[in-house]
Design a protein around this ligand. Sequence first.
Ligand code: ZN
Length: 356
Amino acid sequence: MKQIFDNATHEDRWQAVETRDNRADGQFVFAVKTTGICCRPSCSARHPLRKNVLFFDDVAAAVEAGFRPCKRCQPDKQAPEQQRIDRITQACRILETSSEPIVLAELAAQVAMSPFHFHRLFKQVTGLTPHAFQKAVRAKRLREQLTQGEAVTRAVFDAGYQSGSNYYQQADAVLGMTAKQYQQGGERTAIAYVTGTCRLGQFLVAQSQRGICAILLGSDAQALRAELETLFPHSTLTVGDTQFAGQVTQVVSFLEHPAQQFSLPLDIQGTAFQQQVWQALREIPVGQTASYRDIAQRIGKPQAVRAVAGACAANKLAVIIPCHRVVRHDGALSGYRWGVARKRQLLEIEAKQLEE
Ligand SMILES: [Zn+2]
């Protein structure tokens, strides 16, 4: 959202002050000639007269010009929004490094927040509940350890799954197969797929036992099948039966009308980080766009802009995970796994459907 106030004219700045727009915080400060104090745009203090206001790009410039930072909005301190994001980032680190499951109350206490506010903010920032985030972290660890050849029992335990009657079932549900099968390369997982033509060109829809696992777009059915093979090297690929074709109809209808509800089960496999990014993408409303930087901020990893772009490029579920709604910071379309022309077409389709 930073771009809104880049190169903002003083009138835009004054408007942000008048509306106490907290999105402008950190973009500039305003100083009041009569009081000698400088404030964040969102300061809750009573507004000065416009004629007494000066704007500075940052608090340092205002201080240099002889103004004191306001005690109420503390423009010289980190923005409260950033402080909250930092706490969630800290909580993510704790979850990622802890070998034991952590209950909500304990996690909230570690970042000095109430469980209620912590839960809400965590969901808002990462797109996942702390519980779902923890599950994704465990799943990632389990995959890594199995891939490294760790014995199954040991790997399941080390990944943080609690022993008990459903000890293995939990792990199996995460992997979409038994841990043993996973370790052997998952050769026994079966994937059914169907190819066809829709208004976006050729499509391929694939389904595992758990749900739709790939939606690919292109101009050539053979190439799409080859792409599927690369994505699921250990699976047995078969052409879907008529029952699956019925579900594919639903997928195609969604591809052409992304504003519709989509209710088929999905099999979304990825690292904890990718799942976080993909969840954030699914929360961009139809017809709207966000920048890679926006997404990095929303998941509490503002530095991870390039990694966010990487996760977008690794998306296997076209349109369902709307990576086409992510554009460059300056609004340019940038890349798209299935071609920039198709990205433009999708955004146009969505804009049109909103008008209807
Ligand atoms: Zn103030």
